[in-house]
Design a protein around this ligand. Structure first.
Ligand code: DX5
Ligand code: ZN
Length: 220
């Protein structure tokens, strides 16, 4: 089955605990947590203390997406806050191999992400050690943007690479995901759909999550 990871960036930030319960009840596999530092991306969201406060409301796996510079500095904080997987960007400053090693040492799933304009070659040095490849299908920083279709061949290329070299790699897609673009991504080889605005605008996201889960698997 395709995994679905609703992005809490589109949740009501004044009621994050209740929103998390809503996501879990709707059948989500993971909850996606977008951490932005105002440097790597031109927006600031929340950090480890907010994630720690959310952790009390649900046992759903926390899928943290760090859009921050020099992420190695903060891995221990996010691990201690209760994240289950932590994804860092290959374009971020600092030692990304070190950040990934720290995530692994904490016993968490290790994710590596790349922006729409970043070629697949730039994440190849990291993919061998990753559990998750997060393919950005919008420019990171804001929810509610349109899916960038040009990213689809990169999903297929990473799927082909994974089938040969790291078959258990989860390929996650993030940005502009709705029923149509989600289906396209799963056909190209994605195994996890991250979505904010298209899910949170629904009164009940349960039926849509069930529909998306039935898209997969397609591991080539
Ligand atoms: C964007 C974030 C996404 C965002 C997706 O920088 O990484 O996770 O929440 O939002 P939608 O689904 O609205 O494009
Ligand atoms: Zn994200």
């Amino acid at each position: 089955m395709t995994k679905v990871s609703p992005s809490m960036l589109s949740a009501d930030f004044s009621r994050l605990g209740e929103e998390l319960v809503r996501v879990e009840k709707a059948g989500a596999d993971w909850a996606h947590l977008d951490v932005m530092d105002g440097m790597f991306v031109p927006n600031i969201t929340f950090g480890a203390p907010v994630i720690k406060a959310m952790r009390k409301y649900s046992d759903i796996p926390f899928d943290a997406h760090l859009m921050i510079q020099d992420p190695a500095r903060y891995i221990d904080d996010f691990a201690a806050a209760g994240c289950d997987s932590i994804t860092v960007h290959c374009e971020a400053t600092g030692d990304i191999h070190n950040a990934m090693a720290r995530i692994e040492r904490r016993g968490l799933k290790v994710g590596i992400s790349l922006n729409p304009e970043t070629p697949m070659d730039d994440i190849l040095p990291f993919l061998e050690d990753a559990d998750i490849a997060l393919v950005m299908t919008v420019h990171p920083g804001f929810g509610g943007q349109s899916f960038i279709e040009d990213c689809v061949p990169k999903i297929s290329a990473i799927r082909e690479w994974a089938n040969r070299n790291n078959p258990s790699l989860e390929i996650s897609v993030d940005g502009g995901i709705n029923t149509t673009t989600g289906k396209t991504c799963v056909s190209a080889g994605a195994s996890v759909l991250v979505a904010g605005s298209s899910l949170f605008r629904l009164d009940d996201m349960g039926p849509t999550i069930s529909e998306w889960k039935a898209f997969g698997p397609n591991r080539g």
